[in-house]
Design a protein around this ligand. Structure first.
Ligand code: 5AD
Ligand code: SF4
Length: 445
């Protein structure tokens, strides 16, 4: 028999959903008499919650595993577990390739962690990568890791069935399933009672949230409405919307409730219809533009952000130019921009050719980044002179006298504190900006 592992450190990579999952893992472990530590040197077990979305995300984790191996030299009893998407993608293969790994657990198997950890304690290796059609961890009250005590994530659904041809997520996170709305609303209420002021509802494609019960159907707009009605001082955000089913009904709910934040993340991926078809995105550029116009009709002040992939299979310069054109047409406030990275076992890997050279991918990505830099600056400049309601999140790192927070559009504002504290709402007038921050002063009202 080995020793009981008592102290666990969780390290998280990847998307917001992964950070939210780590909080569920934290809760499961705490209930089973494990202590969580924020000091890695204290830990006798390190769990890394991993991402598989692009090859560089996986390379980063491989590098981290090497560092942990070095750490084990001074601490032979140290155990290491890999959770999340990379665990799901590579399964037990990961334990063979990386001899530091004792434990491999996929995103739907976290309830099995205490059992798996006791196998590890007994000296064996352990794995569970079963995907589930039902698991939503609905009644688990997540511990809030690394939280500012003001904003929190609530996952409302799991998995994805869109099968975009480049994407690994349907394989690592399995079938799409929604969580009981009552448990979501109750979690949001509990957070508000504990002083939280902002929650973000998370799902791979929140627009297809759906819960059928005796009392009728709850779709995503209805869920947002129920959460928004908890209290006008509780801000509600969500991520991510798929453009193919962003409904007017949702836009109407967003426009009706002042506490539903005016910011939409609407990943476009490409501005070329030919690429969108190859990507299996199920919308056209015309459809996407129509959705942008609808957003602007309902909420002229709504921020719009996106994701884009440069150099997907078969992308010609002409397709790339169409992406640039669409970026200029929309005038995004912010964008997450990536080079295409082939993921094993996806449709694109099996049936398409990754035929844009690395140099050309880089060149196209840099062009998009340069354009978006200008668009962001334009967007921030337009805010100079305006006054926004800001939820204060903390003290500025650069200057202790200054506070920072976000407006409804999710832009960061920095301003002198005037005795206010995190969690307060203040009105801030914007005096200046960079392409990523608004600089302002509190105006008393
Ligand atoms: N290569 C590059 N970027 C990708 N994304 C998803 N899969 C890939 C891939 N194989 C991007 C998409 C998605 C975001 C989360 O990551 O833009 O919206
Ligand atoms: Fe999140 Fe996708 Fe990365 Fe998994 S692969 S952590 S779902 S971004």
């Amino acid at each position: 028999m080995g020793d009981r592992l008592k102290t666990i450190f969780i390290e998280t990579y990847g998307c917001q959903m992964n950070f939210s999952d780590s909080e569920i893992v934290g809760s499961i472990l705490s209930k089973n008499e494990y202590a969580l530590t924020t000091d890695i040197t204290d830990a006798d077990c390190i769990l890394i919650n991993t991402c598989a979305i692009r090859d560089n995300a996986e390379q980063r984790i491989r590098k981290r595993l090497k560092e942990l191996k070095a750490m084990r030299r001074n601490k032979p009893w140290l155990k290491v577990g890999v959770l999340g998407c990379m665990a799901e993608r590579l399964k037990e293969q990961l334990m063979n390739e990386e001899d530091i790994v004792d434990l491999v657990v996929g995103p739907d198997a976290y309830r099995a962690l205490p059992e798996l950890l006791s196998q590890v304690e007994a000296g064996s290796k352990a794995a569970n990568v079963l995907l589930s059609e039902e698991e939503t961890y609905a009644e688990i009250d997540p511990v809030r890791l690394g939280s500012n005590g003001i904003s929190a994530f609530i996952s409302i659904m799991r998995g994805c069935e869109n099968f975009c041809s480049y994407c690994v997520v349907p394989y690592t996170r399995g079938r799409e399933r929604s969580r009981d709305p009552e448990t979501i609303v109750n979690e949001a209420k509990r957070l508000f009672e504990r002083g939280y002021k902002e929650i973000t509802l998370l799902g791979q494609n929140v627009n297809s949230y759906r819960w059928d019960c005796d009392g009728g159907k709850v779709d995503f707009p209805e869920l947002v409405k129920r959460v928004a009605e908890i209290n006008p001082k509780l801000r509600v955000r969500y991520s991510t919307s798929h453009p193919k089913d962003l409904s007017d009904k949702l836009l109407e709910v967003m426009a009706t409730y002042p506490n539903v934040c005016k910011s939409i993340h609407l990943p476009v991926q490409s501005g070329s219809n030919r690429m969108l078809k190859l990507m299996n995105r199920k919308y056209t550029v015309e459809w996407y533009k129509d959705r942008i116009e609808a957003i602007r009709r309902y909420m002229p002040d709504c921020a719009i952000t996106t994701d884009v992939i440069a150099g997907f299979c078969g992308e010609e310069v002409e397709d790339h130019l169409q992406t640039l054109e669409l970026f200029s047409w929309v005038g995004y406030d912010y964008a997450f921009m990536f080079k295409y990275s082939m993921r094993p076992n996806t449709y694109a890997h099996k049936y398409l050719k990754d035929d844009v050279s690395e140099e050309e991918k880089t060149r196209r990505l840099e062009e998009i980044i340069a354009l978006q830099g200008k668009l962001s600056l334009e967007s921030y400049r337009k805010d100079v002179g305006k006054t926004f309601e800001v939820l204060i999140e903390g003290t500025s790192k650069r200057n202790k006298e200054q506070l920072f927070g976000r407006n409804s559009q999710n832009k960061v504002l920095v301003f002198n504190g005037n005795g206010y504290k995190p969690g307060d709402y203040v009105m801030v007038k914007v005096l200046d900006c960079t392409s990523a921050t608004l600089i302002g002063e509190i105006v008393e009202n």
